[in-house]
Design a protein around this ligand. Structure first.
Ligand code: ADP
Length: 541
């Protein structure tokens, strides 16, 4: 236990070695009276670069770096209140003029007396300040690094957030589009079927299920394998087999085909299919089915109506030619009659020789042949029998037509001029229909030349090659021509400028030519009269 004895500590009888302790303290210590140093410890002397005892008696001014610091500390120290210690960080001066940073801490011996001696402790804080400065700089660097990292992190974060948002949007769009396509697939008013590479149906939409009268998707898939439902030329097959055939050819582009489907009620529907290749997820093709039965029937009805109309028009043309034909037919018959009459007379008088009879019969046979030929061509022209499209020599068909129209041409005092390019290929056509077009154009030409002086009447028919494997027929007359308002309405039904005309001829001709893949038009020309031109596909293509 320490005890106080005459101002000294003693421990168990040992005197405490104050001076030794103060001298060896790690901080500078000094005893100051009236701002004069009375005693300084070894550490303080060392701090300020003085020899032991050298500072004793000196003014504290010597250790301040400047007069201002000295004055400021004097003022502040005098102003401190009781029990308060004075502490200040200051730059101090060594004996050699160098400076260093110190923490000063002073305390009066008698706190109540401002003039009381004081003990000061001085601590070199240069290292600490240096360390603090280093630390501050390190901190600043760290802060800067953190700031830079934060910025880059923020940027990365922003990029990441944008990427996440983009992916989310893409995912959403994908889901939406998947959903959209699924909805479309299910509800498209078109039968759809998706098949894999083995031709197996993977998906069948509701429209297709309904149109094959399937109760469910499963039932539809079963029906696809039923080999009695698709009618072929040789019997029946299954729809799955039919589709497999189309995938089997390694579907490259869009493929179109048709088939006949036997419904559960036993009726037959015509189905058109469009197959498009699919190149993902092991899928091979998507097939779109359209029931074209009604369209086909409507087209067939329309074709029959056109045919009936064309036939009626042929009858009408024939009506126009009837009197000339009757006249034409009358000639061989009259000739036959006079040969028969002459022969009868000779036979009655018994003057007929075998040669006479033979010659007369030959003549009669010739005239009858001519009459039969006329009748045959008339019958062929007005026949309702459907005529197939066959490869036809257009020159021969024109000659046949001119023969049919011979009486008409003769009555009109017109000699047709035919100019045909050599070695024209045949055209694929319905000969009766094309003959009808020719008759119509020729009769119109004759009508148009009624008021043309006989010597100026010319009817030219040219057969020539066109580009794109087509042949053209041009019919040119030197008739009245036509004003623009007539030209504009030529092909309208019931348009006619003739008192007994029907106004259906050119419209029907255009239908016929177009149904052969050609075109009929008026050829504008500066010469007198009118030219019509129609084209037909050659059988070569
Ligand atoms: P239609 O002969 O019964 O009048 P078309 O349809 O054949 O019916 O002809 C329509 C109209 O076109 C004719 O009335 C006539 O005015 C005009 N037309 C046709 N061909 C000629 C032609 N070669 N020259 C002048 N006008 C023509």
């Amino acid at each position: 236990m320490p005890d106080h004895e005459a101002g000294r500590f003693s421990f168990d009888g040992y005197a405490f070695p104050y001076e030794l302790v103060l001298d060896n303290a790690l901080v500078g210590i000094c005893f100051v009276v009236d701002r004069r140093l009375l005693w300084t410890n070894a550490r303080m002397n060392e701090l300020f670069g003085y020899a032991d005892g050298e500072l004793n008696g000196q003014s504290v001014r010597v250790i301040y770096a400047s007069q201002e610091d000295f004055d400021a500390v004097g003022r502040n120290y005098a102003a401190i209140t009781r029990d308060r210690r004075y502490t200040h960080n200051l730059e101090m001066r060594r004996k050699d003029g160098g400076t260093f940073w110190c923490t000063l801490s002073g305390q009066r011996i008698d706190p109540a007396d401002a003039t009381s001696p004081a003990v000061w402790v001085l601590q070199d804080i240069s290292d600490r300040l240096h360390a603090e400065e280093q630390l501050r700089r390190a901190n600043a660097r760290l802060e800067q690094t953190v700031l830079a990292r934060t910025h880059s992190l923020e940027r990365s974060n922003a990029t990441l957030a944008a990427e996440i948002e983009r992916r989310r949007a893409a995912q959403l769009a994908l889901t939406e589009s998947r959903e959209k396509y699924r909805t479309l697939f299910r509800n498209l008013p078109l039968g759809l079927l998706v098949a894999d590479a083995q031709g197996k149906a993977i998906e069948v939409n509701r429209v297709l299920q309904r149109s094959i009268a399937a109760r469910s998707r499963k039932h539809a898939l079963e029906m696809l394998e039923d080999d009695g439902l698709v009618l072929t030329e040789n019997g029946t097959t299954s729809l799955a087999a039919l589709l497999r055939r189309h995938i089997g050819g390694d579907l490259q582009g869009v493929d179109r085909f048709e088939f006949h489907w036997r419904t559960s009620k036993g009726t037959v529907r015509e189905i058109a299919v469009t197959a498009a290749p699919l190149r993902s997820h092991g899928l091979a093709a998507i097939f779109a089915f359209v029931d074209v039965t009604r369209q086909r029937r409507a087209a067939e009805r329309e074709r029959q109506q056109q045919e009936a109309l064309a036939h009626a028009s042929r009858l009408s043309l024939m009506g126009q030619m009837a009197s000339a034909l009757a006249h034409e037919l009358g000639q061989p018959l009259n000739a036959c009659q006079s040969y028969v009459g002459g022969l009868q007379l000779r036979l009655q008088h018994g003057s007929a020789t075998f040669d006479d009879v033979h010659t007369a019969i030959d003549k009669i046979a010739g005239h009858l042949e001519r009459a039969t030929e006329i009748m045959r061509s008339v019958r062929g022209f007005v026949s309702r029998k459907p005529v197939p499209q066959i490869d036809t020599d257009l020159g021969a068909l024109l000659r046949k037509t001119l023969t049919l129209m011979e009486p008409q041409l003769r009555a009109a005092q017109v000699r047709p001029e035919v100019r045909a390019e050599p070695e024209l290929p045949p055209v694929r056509c319905n000969a009766v229909e094309i003959q009808q077009v020719l008759v119509n154009l020729l009769l119109n030409a004759l009508d148009a030349m009624q008021d043309t002086p006989v010597e100026q009447r010319r009817l030219e028919i040219r057969l020539e090659r066109e580009k794109n494997a087509m042949l053209a027929v041009v019919v040119r007359d030197t008739g009245c021509g036509m004003p623009p308002d007539v030209a504009a309405r030529l092909f309208e039904p019931y348009f006619t400028t003739k008192p007994t005309g029907l106004g259906m001829g050119l419209m029907i001709c255009r239908n016929i030519v177009e149904s052969h893949g050609g075109a009929l038009r008026l050829v504008p020309g500066r010469c007198r009269g009118t030219s019509f031109k129609f084209t037909l596909r050659t059988a070569e293509q």
